[in-house]
Design a protein around this ligand. Structure first.
Ligand SMILES: Cc1cc2nc3c(=O)[nH]c(=O)nc-3n(C[C@H](O)[C@H](O)[C@H](O)COP(=O)(O)O)c2cc1C
Length: 209
């Protein structure tokens, strides 16, 4: 089984990446492979709602990693998204990236696969950030892994994060919960338990014509 991790900070070795590495160690102990996908420092386009992706399952903007991420996501069994807190919300780059990834993705990319989001801040805004991040999972039929505090750590440097004992423990428990969910899902598949087939129907948006 493989978990695809997304670093929503611009630094490949920043604090968001440090949290992912810490969780990857636990997942490795549980026999689960991981890969970190770096969004990196280059500009990330926002979604402009052109809807071309509804035909292709991929974004029309091909040069900033979203389509490459979707190729990997299709093969992954679970997800961890990490972001720094900027003004008490996720980084703009991870929001632009995930808006396009989730809008473009065909159902098989994310549906039924567990995920969780982690955030890092110097001081505050982590729970508001988590609320935003969890919305990607809960509109996509994805089970959400959880821990014993809200998924966050605090600091300016990885050394600060290591000193945040409770934060690190929270991340380790989150990784164990994600591993447990993945194993339950695999056992369910082996026992013949199928994903529910989503109902289809018209989209309604409160405007009666
Ligand atoms: C534009 C900007 C806004 C920030 N806003 C917050 C904030 O609202 N709350 C907070 O505690 N830290 C805030 N920070 C600090 C970062 O969240 C913190 O340094 C984090 O560890 C950076 O993670 P990274 O190394 O993955 O980029 C902000 C940093 C920047 C650059």
């Amino acid at each position: 089984m493989k978990v695809l991790m997304l670093n929503g900070g611009w630094r490949a070795e920043g604090n968001s990446d440090f949290m992912l590495d810490h969780m990857a160690e636990v997942l490795a102990e549980e026999g689960i492979e991981t890969e970190v996908f770096q969004i990196g420092p280059a500009p990330v386009r926002d979604c402009m709602g052109c809807n071309k992706c509804s035909e292709t399952g991929r974004c029309v903007f091909t040069d900033d990693g979203v389509d490459a991420f979707l190729d990997k996501a299709e093969e992954a069994d679970g997800f961890v998204f990490a972001t720094p807190v900027y003004y008490a919300h996720p980084s703009g780059r991870i929001l632009s990236f995930l808006d396009r990834a989730f809008y473009a993705a065909k159902r098989n990319v994310f549906y039924g696969k567990p995920g969780c989001a982690v955030s890092v801040a110097r001081r505050s805004g982590t729970t508001a950030t988590m609320d935003v991040m969890n919305k990607y999972f809960t509109i996509s039929g994805m089970p959400v892994a959880s821990s014993f505090y809200w998924n966050a750590s605090h600091g300016f440097t990885p050394e600060d994060l290591m000193r945040d004992e409770e934060g690190m423990r929270t991340l380790r428990m989150l990784a164990r919960d994600l591993a447990w969910l993945l194993k339950c899902i695999e056992a369910g598949k082996a026992a013949g338990i199928e994903l529910p087939v989503p109902e289809s129907g018209n989209m309604t948006h409160f405007i009666m014509r």
